[in-house]
Write a protein that binds this ligand. Structure first.
Ligand SMILES: [Zn+2]
Length: 102
């Protein structure tokens, strides 16, 4: 949430002009702006490449908490799916061995 720099009215963060007094707002937005949109894209990337997910999570932990969280989710889901696939493969191989009497 942002405040109008002239009249103090609560305005949208993205608002360029104050809806109440019409004063332009974008001059105060000079501080370093991070695009922390928490996009699902990062979860997908982390899911496909868990190592990248871990790197993104570590790199964005302070700067982009939402994106960092999405990368962490993707990494966790990827690891869980990987672990399940690993177990299923071994159970399947185990049943294969039992069936054929090895
Ligand atoms: Zn205003």
């Amino acid at each position: 949430m942002a405040y109008c720099r002239k009249c103090g009215e609560i305005i949208d963060d993205e608002a360029v002009f104050c809806p109440k007094c019409g004063v332009q707002q974008n001059m105060v937005r000079t501080e370093r702006e991070v695009n922390d949109d928490g996009s699902v894209l990062w979860a997908i990337i982390a899911f496909l490449i868990p190592v990248v997910g871990i790197i993104l999570w570590a790199a964005w932990h302070d700067e982009k908490p939402k994106c960092s969280k999405m990368a962490a989710y993707g990494t966790i889901i990827s690891l869980v799916v990987g672990a399940v696939a690993f177990i299923v493969t071994f159970v399947w191989l185990g049943s294969f061995h039992i069936h054929y009497g090895y």
